[in-house]
Design a protein around this ligand. Structure first.
Ligand code: R5P
Length: 292
């Protein structure tokens, strides 16, 4: 028997997944006491059941304590196995101590989650210095990929596209999508000077009328990587750049900046709920949940 639990902010996603998988929705009371401390009560029989805990872990700090409380309570009540479905996996970018004394939060967060749940399902996590989640997660993990869905969107919505990856990390997915569509791609060099400042160097490409530049990145957060890339493309004469991100972590101000800088359209997947969502992940998750 498989049951879906969710954090309150992910009710819509959980309802959709329950509808598509035909798995039951578990009942839980999750709220805060007046002093801000969390209250959790599981109100369903979970004995020997496989649990899918749905939680989009963008802005993770305000959610992870509930994951901890829920998973340990579910286990105490006899749940057989707990899968966490976190389409966006946070804390993957601090994968090194860049300065003396810095916490490598990728490793610490992985350790924390590995001690809460039995298995993790996620989509295109940011893998740079760590090449596989198994290097830092001690539980089994399932990584799903969006390249097929992004390829389909590009095919349907663009004419004569060429793909741009803003940095070396983007090479795997950009090359995959370009090969899939048999279209050209370039990978840029990026230097990050601070949280909000990056420098991009664009190779010597020549402007050709009618070609559509499509930047694909896994994350848009401060927007600096996209903005710098759009600006470089504009200097070469390209306009209406299409910006695609798997995980949209950016706010409205940054969205406006991207459009003002020359983005024709900015799209993302609903791994995180966002006004730019155009690529739906629910079928991808449903298929995996049914296989588990
Ligand atoms: C990092 O290398 C990632 O692949 C993204 O390029 C990065 O996280 C985007 O962040 P921002 O929008 O802050 O430039």
């Amino acid at each position: 028997m498989k049951t879906i639990f969710y954090l309150p902010e992910d009710k819509k996603l959980a309802d959709e997944l329950a509808y598509k998988t035909n798995f039951e929705l578990g009942r839980a009371e999750i709220r805060q006491f007046p002093d801000g401390e969390n209250y959790i009560r599981i109100d369903s029989d979970v004995q020997d059941k496989t649990i899918f805990l749905i939680c989009r872990l963008d802005h993770p700090n305000k959610k992870i304590l509930n994951i901890f409380f829920l998973s340990h309570t579910l286990k105490k009540l006899g749940a057989k196995k707990i899968f966490l479905i976190s389409p966006y996996l946070p804390y993957m970018r601090q994968d090194k101590s860049f300065k003396q004394g810095e916490a490598i939060t990728s490793v610490l967060f992985a350790d924390f989650l590995s001690n809460c749940i039995d298995q993790l399902i996620t989509i295109d996590p940011h893998l740079h210095r760590f090449k596989k989640l198994s290097e830092i997660y001690s539980i089994p993990t399932i990584t799903l990929h969006l390249d097929q869905l992004i390829s389909e969107w590009i095919k349907k919505n663009t004419t004569d596209p060429f793909l741009i990856g803003p940095d070396e990390e983007s090479q795997p997915w950009v090359s995959e999508i370009a090969n899939h569509l048999s279209i050209p791609f370039i990978i840029l060099e990026k230097t990050r000077r601070s949280d909000n400042e990056v420098v991009i160097s664009l190779p010597n490409i020549t402007y050709e009328e009618g070609r559509t530049p499509v930047i694909i990145d896994d994350i848009i957060s401060t927007g600096s990587s996209m903005l710098a890339t759009i600006n470089e493309l504009s200097l070469k004469g390209f306009s209406n750049t299409i910006c695609i991100a798997t995980h949209a972590l950016f706010d409205d101000e940054i969205y406006k900046k991207l459009l003002n800088a020359g983005a024709g359209i900015v799209i993302s997947s609903n791994s995180i709920e966002h006004l730019t969502n155009k690529i739906d992940i629910t079928d991808l998750l449903t298929d995996e949940m049914i296989r588990c």
